[in-house]
Design a protein around this ligand. Structure first.
Ligand code: AMP
Length: 218
């Protein structure tokens, strides 16, 4: 059983790398942003609760988020462990996750922190698009779609997340540095932090993560 948390600012490449590591290690990929967006598209009660927070770029209340994650962890495909992406986002969530795992005799094994400069983050975030259908990300300058406005993977419509305007990008970065960045120290103190440079292509960064995790006994 392996549990890995991915940490990094919005735009650091966390989502892409977390999905790829989950595939490689055959673990469930638990991405809270994706879970909220799916709930929103389906118009469920959870989606409606999360909507206004997501549009403002602030965090959905902890209890809603924690309950959603705990339910997801108990799904059958999470039996072998999971990669957490976008969760925990603050100390309260980190503690709730640690306690829930401890009740089952489990624990977070490693926290992979993908480090990218603020200047690069802003440039990456403003060109970001996401497929409405399959949630696959692409970037207007780094990985432009083959057909304009359409997802390369499934042909779905690409959208700029409501959260991708300049103001909300700044807000999300602010929320990250106030609430989420303290988790870097939290996992460092627990002896679980692996710091990886996030500059460079998807594959280069992926290889750094594999090398960092490969040096650990999981
Ligand atoms: P993301 O795709 O991870 O950037 O998440 C998009 C939005 O979903 C965030 O700006 C938050 O409003 C919400 N969200 C995602 N994960 C969490 C979380 N762990 N706690 C609270 N809100 C979250």
């Amino acid at each position: 059983m392996v549990y890995i948390v991915f940490l990094g600012a919005p735009g650091a490449g966390k989502g892409t790398q977390a999905a790829s590591m989950a595939r490689k290690l055959k673990l469930a990929h638990i991405a809270t942003g994706d879970l909220f967006r799916q709930a929103l598209e389906r118009g469920t009660e959870l989606g409606l609760k999360a909507k206004s927070y997501m549009e403002k770029g602030v965090l959905v209340p902890d209890q809603i988020t924690i309950d959603m994650v705990l339910e997801r962890i108990s799904a059958p495909d999470s039996g072998g462990g999971a990669v957490f992406d976008g969760f925990p986002r603050n100390l309260k969530q980190a503690e709730a996750l640690g306690e829930a795992l401890a009740r089952q005799g489990k624990a977070i094994d490693k926290a992979v922190y993908i480090k990218v400069s603020e200047e690069e983050l802003l440039e990456r975030l403003s060109g970001r698009r996401v497929c409405r259908q399959c949630q696959a990300p692409c970037h207007m300058s780094d990985s432009p779609p083959r057909v304009e406005g359409r997802c390369d993977r499934c042909g779905g419509e690409l959208s700029q997340r409501p959260a991708a305007t300049e103001v909300s990008i700044k807000k999300r970065l602010e929320v990250y540095s106030d609430e989420t960045a303290p988790l870097i120290d939290y996992y460092r103190r627990a002896g679980k932090l692996l710091e990886v440079a996030g500059e460079g292509g998807v594959e280069v960064v992926g290889n750094r993560i594999v090398a960092a995790l490969g040096g650990e006994r999981l």
